[in-house]
Structure formats: structure tokens, C-alpha cells
Ligand binder design. Structure first.
Ligand SMILES: C[S@@+](CC[C@H](N)C(=O)[O-])C[C@H]1O[C@@H](n2cnc3c(N)ncnc32)[C@H](O)[C@@H]1O
Length: 226
């Protein structure tokens, strides 16, 4: 990976995330989001798409893409499955990211709100409850992005038997309580663990680490709603 001196700032502004400022932050990052992430190596969206396909995704499936950003999960779902269209609704906190997703014309509907508030989700988005075969969240479980409350929104949105598929850096699982959140919902019988797989991300930044972009291990998780 080669980054010109004048472009380095585009990599270094990624970071210092907090839920209070997440939408403004991604409104800024959206201008070069895909160029930056693709240049460092960003397997999260294709990991989510492949796991959905392995678990029965077809062009008939209904997908809720949480933290959809510019729409990379649906890009890959379409490309990898060969489906002509994907029935997908995208949710994201950032209007700027959603503008890019909208321009691709891949989502049947897009909603702009902050996740991790199950009360708001259940009250103001009750039409999404129990409707989806797949909920995907690529790159949403991260520092300053999402709390484990998002698992309740995933479970709420899924049909019984539907799949929640999401990624997280391994180093976030304990400190951000993601592992605890997953385990608690297994114990309470809300979902069952299906699979997880580890992979490295930001691999292309190996020789040129910039800001938060250096090779790091992540996992993709699959849970099935009971
Ligand atoms: C790293 S990007 C991932 C985007 C896309 N899923 C992908 O794989 O390229 C994280 C996205 O999640 C959104 N996001 C972060 N926290 C959020 C929250 N609490 N509620 C809704 N969207 C959030 C951001 O605006 C951003 O678009």
C-alpha cells in the first residue's frame, strides 16, 4: 500500500469515535470512506455477506443492514450470491454515509437514526420487528460506535430462525462487553451461537501503518434467533 504524503490526513482522521459525535464524524469520513478502507484491506463486509450466503441467503431474503454506511455489505451480497436484487433496508447514524449508499440504489429503504437504544427502536421503528431473515452489522461493533444493547435490536428485528451476522475486533470483545452480551442472550434462550471465524483486517497497511490502520485480528459471528 502506498499513500502519498498529502493523503495521509485522510487516514489519520479515522479515530476518536464516540456515540455522541458518531454521525458528525462519519459525515466527515464519508467523502473518502471506501477509498481509505479498500486501500488498507477491509474484509468485514464481504465476511458478513459470505456468512449470510452460507446460511441460506437468496434474492428472496429480507435483510436489515445495521450501520450500513455506504452499502458495502449489500454490494457484496449481490456480487457473491448473483442475486439480481437484494431486499435490504439500511440503517445508519450518518446522513453523509447514507447519501453514498442511496446513490448506489441498492436498498429498498434507508433510515437515519442512532442504534443501541432498544426503546427507541421498539417504539419508533416497530414496523421492523420480527421482519428479517438476516441482520448484518459490518464494522458497527467498535469503540465509540455500538454497545451490546444493539443485540436486542438485532434479535427484535429478526424472524424466529433468522440470522444475526456481525464483526468485531477480537481485542474489543471483553472490554466493550460484546462477548458478555452475546453469552447472556444465549443463556436467556434468545439466540443460539452458530459460528465464528477469525480473520485479519487492514492487512494491506502492514508496511505503512497509518493512524488506527494496522493489521489486527477480527471475528465474524453468526447467531440464530430462537
Ligand atoms: C466502519 S463503518 C461500516 C460501514 C459498513 N457497514 C461497511 O462495512 O463498510 C461504521 C458505520 O456505522 C455507523 N454507526 C456507528 N455507530 C452507529 C450507531 N450507534 N447507530 C447507527 N449507526 C452507527 C457509522 O455512521 C458508519 O457508517
Amino acid at each position: 500500500m502506498e499513500v502519498k504524503e498529502e493523503n495521509k490526513e485522510e487516514y489519520e482522521i479515522h479515530g476518536d469515535f464516540s456515540q455522541d459525535t458518531i454521525s458528525a464524524k462519519y459525515d466527515e469520513l464519508c467523502r473518502n470512506y471506501e477509498e481509505v478502507y479498500n486501500s488498507v484491506g477491509w474484509p468485514d463486509p464481504v465476511q458478513c455477506a459470505e456468512k449470510a450466503i452460507e446460511n441460506g441467503f437468496t434474492g428472496e431474503s429480507h435483510v436489515l443492514d445495521m450501520g450500513c454506511g455506504t452499502g458495502l455489505v449489500v454490494d457484496y451480497l449481490k456480487e457473491k450470491s448473483g442475486a439480481e436484487t437484494v431486499n435490504a433496508i439500511g440503517i445508519d447514524a450518518s446522513e453523509g454515509m447514507l447519501k453514498k449508499a442511496k446513490a448506489k440504489g441498492l436498498y429498498s429503504e434507508i433510515r437515519n437514526f442512532l442504534l443501541c437504544n432498544p426503546e427507541n427502536f421498539n417504539t419508533n421503528h416497530s414496523d421492523l420487528l420480527g421482519k428479517f431473515d438476516f441482520v448484518t452489522a459490518s464494522g458497527l461493533l467498535a469503540e465509540g460506535h455500538a454497545t451490546p444493547d444493539v443485540f436486542d435490536e438485532m434479535i427484535g428485528a429478526l424472524k424466529v430462525g433468522g440470522y444475526a451476522i456481525f464483526t468485531s475486533r477480537i481485542e474489543y470483545l471483553e472490554p466493550l462487553n460484546y462477548q458478555k452480551g452475546m453469552d447472556e442472550r444465549v443463556e436467556s434462550g434468545e439466540w443460539e451461537f452458530v459460528k465464528k471465524e477469525a480473520y485479519e483486517k487492514y492487512s494491506k497497511a502492514k508496511d505503512c501503518p497509518l493512524g488506527r490502520f494496522k493489521p489486527v485480528m477480527s471475528e465474524v459471528f453468526v447467531f440464530r434467533k430462537l
